[in-house]
Design a protein around this ligand. Structure first.
Ligand code: BES
Ligand code: ZN
Ligand code: ZN
Length: 497
C-alpha cells in the first residue's frame, strides 16, 4: 500500500476524510485530543465510547468507531498510555500502528489530528516522528505476491491536521523522506538472494545515486585485485556471482569534515566451506542489511543536504561453498598489507569489511568512519533484537552515535573494547586470524575490524539482532528487514557540526 502524507494547519472543521485518527493519552479529556472541533454527533459518539469504558487510551490499544456522520464516517482511536511518559519513540510506534491499520479502514483518505495532548514532544520532532511512524508502519514487501489483497486500497492519502501549529510541513516532509529511505533499505534486505546478487545490489545503489545526483563508482574484481583486496576477494571466490565494492559520494561545498559509512553486503551467507546448518539459513539473505542501511542513508543524506561530506561504501560478495571456495586455513593479504589466516570461512563479514575500511580510510582520509554489519550471531545472544551492539576506538564519536540513536529510536549499546580482547586474534602463521577463542564473539568481531581503521575515529555497529525479526516495535514488520541504521546515520550527520 502506498501512503501519501499531507499537512494542513487548518481547523478540523474545514476538513473531511474517510477516517479520522485520534491519538489518545490514557484517561484524557477528548477535547484535549482535538475532538472539540468535530461535528456534535461525532463528539457524542466519542463521548459514549468513554462512558462505556471500552477504550481508555491504554498504551497499545486501539478502538474503531463507525459514526454515521458523512464527513467523518469512521474514527480510529489509538491509545498512547500515560501522558507523562510520552516520548518521541512512543509516538513513532503509535503512528506505526496507524500506518499498519490504515488499509483495513478501506478508505483512500484519512486525517490524523494533532492536538495539545501531544504538546510536550518538541515541535520539530512531532511532525517528523508521526510521519516516520506512518510511513514505516504502512510498509509491506509485496514485490513477489502475484495477487494483491483485492478489497484493500492501493493508496491512501493521510493528512496531518495541525490547527494548533504544533509542527510544520517541513518536518512532516523530513519524516516522510526518512521513512522512504528506510523502506528502500528494507526492500533491499527483503529481496530474495537469487535476485539480489552483488551486481544487482550495485545496480540498485547506482540507480539511487543517479536519482539523488551522487557520484557513484564500482570496483570490480580485477580492480580490487590490483589494489590488493584479497580478504574481500577470498570471500566471494566460491560464488558464480562476482564481488563488487560500491562507492557513493555526497559532497557539500562548505563541508570541512568527511564521514565514511561502510556496510557489510553479503548477499547470501552459506558460511562457505564452514557451512552453516540448514535450519534458518534462508535468513542469511539479510546478511546485506548493513549495505542496505548505507544505501538508504545515502539517499536520505542527499535529500537532507547536511554540511558534511559523506562517503558510502558497500562491500558486496556472496559467501558460497564450491570447488573454488576459500578453505579454512587459507592465508590472504589485506589491502593494508596485513596477512590473515582464515580459520572459519563463516566469519566472512570482517574480511570484506576489513578491506573496505582500510580502502576508505586510505583513499578518503575521513574525519570519522562507521561500519554497519550483521556480523555475529553472538550479538543476538548478548542484546537480543532490542539494540545494535557497538565497539569503538573513540569516545567522542561514540557519544555522537549515542545521541543519534536516542533521537532516531534506533538503540545502540556499547560493548567494552579492552585491549586484552584483541590478543586472541593473533595469527600463528599470519599476522591475524579471523576468529578468536570462542568467547565475546561480538567484541572480537569489532576488535578484528579495528586493525583496518588505523587511527581514524571509528564505531562498528553490529546490527545482527536489529536488522530483522524485531517483534516489539509497531512500525517494524516482524518477519522482514527493519532498515535499521538509515535514520541513525541520517541524524548522526545532520547533527555533525
Ligand atoms: N552473518 C553471520 C552472523 C549472523 C548469524 C547474523 C545469525 C545474524 C544471525 C556471520 O557471517 C557469521 O556467520 N558469524 C559467525 C562468526 C563466528 C564464525 C566467529 C557467527 O556468528 O557464528
Ligand atoms: Zn558468516
Ligand atoms: Zn555473514
Amino acid at each position: 500500500m502506498d501512503l501519501k502524507l499531507e499537512y494542513s494547519s487548518k481547523s478540523l472543521s474545514a476538513e473531511k476524510a474517510g477516517a479520522l485518527v485520534v491519538l489518545v493519552p490514557e484517561e484524557t479529556d477528548w477535547s484535549l485530543c482535538g475532538a472539540k472541533e468535530l461535528p456534535e454527533d461525532v463528539q457524542n459518539v466519542l463521548e459514549s465510547v468513554r462512558k462505556l469504558k471500552v477504550f481508555s487510551g491504554k498504551k497499545g490499544t486501539t478502538h474503531h468507531v463507525v459514526t454515521g456522520n458523512g464527513n467523518w464516517p469512521q474514527v480510529l482511536l489509538v491509545g498512547l498510555g500515560d501522558r507523562k511518559e510520552l516520548t518521541a519513540e512512543a509516538l513513532r510506534r503509535a503512528a506505526g500502528k496507524v500506518g499498519r491499520l490504515i488499509p483495513s479502514l478501506k478508505s483512500t483518505t484519512a486525517a490524523l489530528i494533532l492536538s495539545g495532548s501531544l504538546e510536550h514532544v518538541t515541535t520539530h520532532a512531532l511532525g517528523m516522528v508521526l510521519a516516520e511512524g506512518l510511513g514505516l508502519g504502512a510498509y509491506e514487501y509485496t514485490e513477489f505476491k502475484s495477487s494483491e489483497n483485492g478489497d484493500l486500497p492501493k493508496s491512501v492519502r493521510v493528512k496531518l491536521v495541525d490547527p494548533e501549529k504544533l509542527t510544520d510541513s517541513k518536518s512532516v516532509k523530513a519524516g516522510a523522506l526518512r521513512a522512504e529511505a528506510t523502506n528502500l533499505a528494507r526492500s533491499l534486505g527483503n529481496t530474495p538472494p537469487n535476485v539480489l546478487s552483488p551486481s544487482e545490489l550495485a545496480k540498485r545503489a547506482e540507480a539511487m545515486s543517479k536519482r539523488q545526483k551522487l557520484k557513484f563508482r564500482v570496483l570490480d574484481e580485477s580492480e580490487m585485485r590490483k589494489l590488493g583486496m584479497h580478504m574481500l576477494l577470498g570471500v566471494g571466490q566460491g560464488s558464480e556471482e562476482p564481488s563488487k565494492l560500491l562507492i557513493m559520494e555526497y559532497r557539500h561545498d562548505k563541508a570541512s569534515d568527511t564521514v565514511a559509512i561502510v556496510g557489510k553486503g553479503i548477499t547470501f551467507d552459506t558460511g562457505g566451506i564452514s557451512l552453516k546448518p540448514s535450519k534458518g539459513m534462508d535468513e542469511m539473505k539479510f546478511d546485506m542489511c548493513g549495505a542496505a542501511a548505507v544505501v538508504g542513508a545515502m539517499q536520505s543524506i542527499a535529500q537532507h543536504k547536511p554540511k558534511v561530506n559523506v562517503i558510502g561504501v558497500v562491500a558486496a560478495a556472496e559467501n558460497m561453498p564450491d570447488g573454488k571456495a576459500q578453505r579454512p586455513g587459507d592465508i590472504v593479504k589485506a589491502y593494508n598489507g596485513k596477512t590473515v589466516e582464515v580459520l572459519n570461512t563463516d566469519a566472512e563479514g570482517r574480511l570484506v569489511l576489513g578491506d573496505a575500511l582500510a580502502y576508505v580510510v586510505d583513499q578518503f582520509k575521513p574525519t570519522a568512519v562507521l561500519d554497519l554489519a550483521t556480523l555475529t550471531g553472538a550479538c543476538i545472544v548478548a542484546l537480543g533484537h532490542q539494540a545494535c551492539g557497538a565497539i569503538t576506538n573513540n569516545a567522542e564519536l561514540m557519544d555522537k552515535v549515542r545521541v543519534a540513536a536516542e533521537q532516531s529510536g534506533e538503540r545502540v549499546w556499547e560493548l567494552p573494547n579492552y585491549p586484552e580482547y584483541a590478543e586472541s586474534l593473533k595469527g600463528k602463521h599470519g599476522d591475524l586470524r579471523n576468529i578468536g577463542d570462542g568467547d565475546a564473539g561480538t567484541i572480537i568481531g569489532g576488535a578484528f575490524l579495528q586493525h583496518f581503521v588505523g587511527e581514524t575515529p571509528w564505531v562498528h555497529l553490529d546490527i545482527a539482532g536489529a536488522a530483522w525479526s524485531v517483534k516489539h516495535v509497531d512500525y517494524h514488520p516482524s518477519g522482514s528487514a527493519t532498515g535499521v541504521g538509515v535514520r541513525l546515520l541520517t541524524d548522526l550527520v545532520l547533527n555533525w557540526n
